[in-house]
Design a protein around this ligand. Structure first.
Ligand SMILES: [Zn+2]
Length: 386
């Protein structure tokens, strides 16, 4: 659903600071509707007039531009990865204000992991941004996530099943909580805040400990009736010599995940422990062997991405993967492989816009997506103390 407020706020996000007349011109809305909506958005604390006027032409009133008000609200985010949670507070432009990671003390106990993280997030807000009203809490995770019911249906590597995240965290924090897959959340984040702003269709491939994908068309990620769209973990686009835990051969995740690739680099004698960050750090520090190992992974990711690209024919492909995120050589290897193996042109192949903040942005984007879809529907929740 597109509302007038969502069109105005999205235009300001993309073009701001911008005069109201500019919003009307860019969006096609009437000047009266823009003025009315800007007043409502300012009243809600989402828009603010920027002090310095744009050059005045001498006719009528000076055009005072408006911009997103980043001084009154924050969005909280919680990303659940295999070994740790990432906690974050974002401003309304999707910028990470603070982020912290906490390892899972009891990975088998989702209730304990989530409540510990939520309590820490409450403290983070109280310590760092007590004057900013939190709009809501976004929760992102890999695997099969059902946003409709707020449930992590299955997180294979953690072994979680049917974890009722929204019910648990709403009770714990008093905030509106929204839960989604991190691949879908990042696809929307790229459209809202990233280098792919303005593109109508986007394919996002996430390669971490979980491998999954998302397709966004218009302003929404496709979820499917079971919220299972984008599950590419067990597509046979990987190495046929590798047997997956699911029993099949050549699964993408069993070949390319952080854990699988780090184990391989460890076996090959490149790193002293099977830890992907060690391999990336070595490559960044100038190790040609580590760089070559990661470039090989980037090419393998590229071959899988090329198949998905040709199947879906999006305007752009965005890949989130540690090596391509950090190392220009890996990004080039990925791009070359996709271009060689698909209809994609080089400028249609992008790496993540969010660098080291990617997991934090994924979590916050779950909630920011809701805000930008229907901005005047936010309520001002009371942030419960711990
Ligand atoms: Zn499999």
């Amino acid at each position: 659903m597109t509302t007038t407020a969502s069109v105005v706020l999205a235009t300001v996000l993309r073009c701001g600071p911008i005069a109201r007349s500019g919003i009307a011109r860019t969006s096609g809305l009437s000047p009266a509707a823009v003025t009315r909506t800007c007043a409502a958005l300012a009243e809600a604390g989402l828009l603010v007039e920027v002090p310095q006027a744009v050059p005045y032409q001498g006719i009528g009133r000076p055009h005072v531009p408006v911009d997103i008000d980043t001084g009154r609200h924050v969005v909280a985010g919680l990303h659940v990865a295999h070994p740790y949670c990432t906690l974050t507070l974002l401003d309304l432009r999707g910028r990470v204000l603070v982020r912290r990671t906490i390892p899972h003390a009891t990975p088998d106990d989702p209730h304990e992991v989530l409540t510990t993280a939520a309590d820490e997030l409450l403290r983070l807000h109280a310590d760092r941004f007590p004057g900013h009203v939190p709009i809501g809490l976004g929760v992102a995770a890999g695997g099969w996530v059902d946003p409709e019911n707020g449930v992590i249906v299955r997180h294979a590597s953690l072994g979680w099943r049917d974890t009722e995240v929204r019910a648990l965290l709403t009770a714990r924090t008093g905030l509106p909580v929204r839960v989604d897959s991190h691949a879908r959340a990042l696809a929307r984040a790229e459209q809202l805040f990233g280098a792919s702003r303005g593109h109508n269709s986007l394919l996002h491939l996430f390669v971490g400990n979980v491998v999954d994908a998302a397709i966004v068309t218009g302003g929404a990620a496709h979820r499917g009736p079971r919220s299972a769209a984008g599950d590419v973990a067990h597509l046979a686009l990987g190495d046929p010599a590798i047997t997956c835990e699911c029993g099949k051969r050549g699964c993408l995740e069993a070949t390319l995940s952080d854990r699988a690739w780090a184990a391989r680099a460890h076996r090959d004698g490149l790193i002293g422990r099977p830890y992907i960050f060690d391999l990336v750090d070595d490559a960044a520090a100038g190790s040609p062997a580590a760089a070559a190992h990661l470039a090989e992974r980037a090419r393998a990711v590229g071959r899988a991405a090329a198949v998905l690209f040709d199947f879906l024919d999006p305007e752009v492909l965005v890949v989130t993967e540690l090596g391509t995120n950090r190392l220009p050589g890996c990004a080039a290897a990925l791009r070359d492989e996709v271009v060689a193996m698909s209809r994609a042109s080089a400028d249609a192949v992008l790496t993540s816009s969010f660098g080291a903040d990617v997991l934090a942005v994924a979590a916050g984007a779950v909630q920011l997506d809701v805000l930008y879809a229907d901005p005047l529907n936010i309520r001002n929740p009371v942030w419960q103390g711990v």
